[in-house]
Ligand binder design. Structure first.
Ligand SMILES: Cc1ncc(COP(=O)(O)O)c(C=O)c1O
Ligand SMILES: N[C@@H](CCOP(=O)(O)O)C(=O)O
Length: 463
């Protein structure tokens, strides 16, 4: 299996190389050269197997010879052993034909753990085998950072630096990043929003002296391995509702387009998905883009679902690559316009192809809050505000024929203020985190200045 860049001008890599590389050297994102297929029988055979076994079968064709079967199965087993639910990703019924896929039973209580726990295992195995050391730099609006720190804390071959927008993540998210005591963890609070953090990370990848000097690696969803691990739960949930014998639809609370892109890959692999519904908060660039064809940034507005406060949605580039018939120069041109002019127009043909696959909707702050309240009253389920954005948008897209699965992306206790405002109850953290609010915090405030951040990283990894 080979990996190619969405901008068409970077070296073709193996799975292991793409995983350890992060951003392609032409600024693009790696995608598989071809998408492996699962037959009707292959999908039907996933019924009743463990999450780990399904993960092995779905991901194996993408890995090439990076790991043997035994090695890969062992890494998967270790990755999911610490999850707090036997099913790993259980489904809960929300209403007639509407189900919530709870993806928040991992160690940091967000869907990011599904990929990050596995990547942590794969990185450790590969780096040890190759005798390498890397510096991971990641950008987060709250959940990627905590999941990455949890997965990489204390590993000898890795330093992990996480840039988060100062004052714009929840207290639980911040404390998950600032309280680990391991020396290889560095939480950096940047003066700016998530888009600034993500732009700084991409600029570091595009500065080859820095990139090669610190042996930079990335664990944001620019890393293909992140997307791949998220493909699995589309299969497990769809199969438990009758796929491949009947189709299902998914609604996905969306920011950086990574999670829903994983659903798109599942569909391309053969899973019968009728619609993939993009659900955005008031930072609705993706909804506007699908409605109008104009992908126009407007600046980030803080919301009660802060992990989705994103305007430059990284993985949309991967979708564009496909709907532009994998023409890397067309994608590079649009990404250049995004950088220099703040937006671009999707061609009519590409837009129609996107609309064949994706529907979209937006939830306002009031609608999000009302959905948390309504879901609690009718089902007893306490939704986090991101999942509530999904549930609200899903309700506008449910049909009688096709089951709708909404992705429940985080545990409500990560966002207790928004939840308490909606239902008058403060959701509690699991007991293993009972002292999170008492632990000492350690973080460094940084200006949004690339040179300063790069100097700090170089200084820290020398020590
Ligand atoms: C809780 C939560 N929900 C939804 C999202 C959006 O996911 P994606 O960025 O993959 O679209 C994020 C951030 O990524 C998140 O942390
Ligand atoms: N919502 C994310 C933003 C980063 O997205 P990623 O999937 O590209 O890592 C977060 O919680 O940090």
């Amino acid at each position: 299996m080979k990996y190619i860049s969405t901008r068409g001008k970077a070296p073709v890599l193996t799975f292991e190389q793409a995983m350890l590389t992060g951003l392609a050297r032409d600024g693009g994102l790696y995608v598989p050269e071809t998408i492996p297929q699962m037959s009707h029988a292959d999908i039907a055979a996933l019924a009743g197997v463990t999450y780990e076994e399904a993960a092995f079968r779905v991901m194996r064709p993408f890995i090439g010879d990076t790991f043997t079967d035994t090695e890969f199965a062992g890494l998967i087993a270790k990755a999911y052993a610490g999850f707090g639910h036997d099913a790993r990703a259980p489904l809960v019924q929300m209403g007639p034909n509407h189900f919530l896929l709870e993806l928040f039973h991992g160690p940091t209580l967000a869907f990011k753990d599904f990929a990050m726990q596995l990547i942590g295992q794969m990185f450790e195995f590969s780096l040890k085998r190759n005798g390498q050391r890397v510096t991971i730099v990641g950008a987060t609006s709250g959940d990627t950072g905590s999941a990455a720190i949890e997965a990489f804390r204390g590993l000898d071959a890795v330093d992990v630096f996480i840039l988060f927008p100062h004052g714009r993540v929840s207290e639980v998210q911040r404390r998950q990043m600032t309280t680990p005591i391991e020396d290889n963890v560095h939480a950096l609070a940047l003066e700016g929003d998530f888009d600034h953090c993500q732009a700084a990370v991409k600029d570091m990848f595009n500065d080859f002296d820095f990139r090669d000097g610190v042996r930079l690696a990335g664990v944001n969803s620019i890393n293909w391995a992140r997307v791949l691990a998220q493909v699995v739960y589309y299969f497990t949930s769809a199969v438990s509702l009758g796929a491949p014998h009947r189709p299902v639809s998914f609604t996905v609370p969306t920011g950086n387009f990574g999670d829903i892109f994983a659903g798109y890959i599942a569909k391309r692999m053969g899973l019968p998905i009728e619609k993939l519904v993009v659900a955005t908060n008031q930072n609705d660039i993706l909804h506007r883009a699908l409605e109008t064809g104009g992908y126009i940034t407007q600046g980030v507005t803080p919301s009660i679902s802060p992990s989705m406060d994103i305007q430059v949605s990284s993985n949309f580039e991967r979708a564009l690559f496909d709907v532009y018939d994998r023409d890397g120069s067309a994608v590079a041109q649009q990404m250049d316009q995004l950088k220099t002019q703040g937006g671009f127009k999707i061609s009519q043909g590409a837009l129609e192809r996107l609309r064949d696959i994706f529907a979209s909707g937006r939830a306002s702050e009031d609608e999000t809050s009302a959905t948390i309240k309504g879901a609690f009253a009718h089902t007893g389920e306490i939704l986090c505000p991101h999942s509530a954005v999904g549930v609200k948008v899903a309700e506008d897209h449910i049909s009688d024929q096709t089951p709708m699965i909404t992705l429940g992306t985080a545990h409500p206790a990560k966002f207790p203020d928004a939840v308490e405002d909606a239902i008058g109850q403060r959701p509690g953290l699991p007991t293993r985190m009972h002292d999170l609010y008492e632990r000492a915090e350690r973080m460094t405030q940084v200006a949004n200045d690339l040179g300063t951040i790069q100097d700090l990283i170089k200084e820290r990894i020398k020590a």
